[in-house]
Write a protein that binds this ligand. Structure first.
Ligand code: 2IT
Length: 445
């Protein structure tokens, strides 16, 4: 058996109940195959075996009281995956689907993503199976306080710097930071995605979406194309979809779908202007449904369906993992879609990605495309350390430069390791090499 296959088998055997982690590890390791021959030093130091094992896994009880005085118990997680390149960095996800396997997959991906950003950040991820849907503001506050009452002892501005993800936005970051500050009596850059008034960076809310679209622009440029006049299907209606819709409409593309767990809306006129603003209202209503958009703007709503059946030039998964499967990919192929880029983490199933490659659809993976979010978190950390704040133009310029460099590094690594034009292989290899070289430098530790 090849070394890579052996590592994949062991990952699956060790933690059989973590399918998302298996999927992420298998995808990354498989694309690292061409690095084995060129780097016997990695093989000797067992870098491949070590890189799939998190530095540390924290799992804790989060008890809290609802508005009626009833006690609830949730599970909290922080996986500190790899700090070879810098302090652990990555978001917190609050969603009922959260379990250890999902947080491990996200932490693993984050390690390579953060490496690609060019900034000094290791990889981590955390969260809880807490469901924010339908909770009152005070309930969310009490939950965030309870979560931080345990997490605070494990994090710090030079140790581990969490941020938001699904279910964790500026409100939650405010409560989490408030409790951290209270417990430690320190005002420091321990979280990113903070409010403007207390150390947040301009453009952090927009950054994942904007960065993703800058990346898509680069992909199109390699084909001599631009976004002007393109039709785009977008899934989700949260922070990522919002930033993407804003930037796409600025650049002359037309966003024709948004989706939620309830179904998708089809807006042939395009989601722009006040409709993009309305996405914020939808999100803050805390119901996790997109249908009210259809009622408000008089467009069609397709209950229980995903947007990938709609004809488009470009498809952008912006919601969650495995939201685009093999049959969705077949729909896109039948509709002659040209490009798919993941703004969600691991948005496409391996079978879908396989179909894209068979049918020459250009595809780029989340760890490259959505890295603008964590990059801007890195810029927030820089500003906090400098005790300065940059203008939005300055942040945007840096973000744009970072996305261009991720695109370039991915294509260069793909070319150098025998898979020209393959963004998946390129991003995995480019992200891996830097982490692996740093790990090697530290010895066996
Ligand atoms: O998946 C991601 O990269 C994020 N949720 C952002 C993480 C961060 O630390 O800003």
């Amino acid at each position: 058996m090849s070394l890579i296959q052996d590592v994949i088998t062991k990952v699956k055997e060790k933690d059989p109940a973590q399918p998302e982690f298996h999927q992420a590890a298998e995808e990354v390791l498989t694309s690292l195959e061409p690095t084995i021959e060129r780097h016997p030093e990695f093989v000797e130091a067992k870098i491949y075996e070590r890189i799939v094992e998190p530095d540390r896994v924290l799992m804790f009880r989060v008890p809290w009281e609802d508005d009626a005085g009833e006690v609830h118990v949730n599970r909290g997680f922080r996986v500190q995956f790899n700090n070879a390149l810098g302090p652990y960095k990555g978001g917190l996800r609050f969603h009922p689907s959260v379990n250890l396997g999902i947080i491990k997959f996200l932490g693993f991906e984050q390690t390579f993503k953060n490496s690609l950003t060019t900034l000094p950040m290791g990889g981590g991820k955390g969260g809880s199976d807490f469901n924010p849907k339908g909770k009152s503001d005070r309930e969310v506050m009490r939950f965030c306080y309870a979560f931080m009452r345990e997490l605070f002892r494990h994090i710090g501005p030079d140790t581990d710097v969490p941020a938001g993800d699904i279910g964790v936005g500026s409100r939650e970051i405010g409560y989490l930071y408030g409790m951290y500050k209270k417990l430690r009596n320190e005002h420091t850059g321990v979280l990113t995605g903070k409010g403007r008034e207390y150390g947040g960076s301009l453009l952090r809310p927009e950054a994942t979406g904007y960065g993703g679209i800058y990346f898509v622009q680069e992909m199109l440029a390699t084909q001599g194309e631009s976004l002007q006049g393109k039709t785009v299907t977008v899934s989700g209606f949260g922070n990522v979809a919002w930033g993407a819709a804003q930037k796409l409409s600025q650049l002359g593309a037309k966003v024709i779908t948004l989706s939620g767990p309830d179904g998708y809306i089809y807006d042939p006129e395009g989601v722009s202007g006040e409709k993009v603003e309305y996405m914020l209202e939808l999100r803050f209503s805390n119901n996790d449904i997109v249908e009210p958009y259809a009622e408000k703007f008089g467009v069609e709503f397709f209950k229980g369906k995903r947007p990938w059946e709609v004809k488009c030039d470009i498809a952008l998964p912006c919601a969650t993992q495995n939201e685009l499967n093999e049959s969705d990919a077949q729909n896109l192929i039948d509709n002659e879609t040209k490009l798919v880029a993941e703004l969600s983490n691991m948005g496409c199933t391996p079978e879908a990605i396989e179909l894209f490659s068979e049918h020459n659809i250009i595809f780029a993976p989340g760890k490259a495309v959505n890295a603008g979010g964590v990059s801007t978190s890195g810029l927030e950390m820089s500003q906090n350390s400098l005790r300065l704040s940059w203008t939005s133009e300055e942040v945007d310029q840096r973000l744009h430069g970072i996305m261009k460099s991720i695109h370039k590094a991915s294509l260069e690594a793909a070319e150098a390791y025998g898979a020209p034009g393959d963004y998946l292989v390129g991003a995995n290899i480019a992200g891996f090499l830097k982490v692996a070289k740093a790990m090697l430098a530290y010895g066996i530790v």
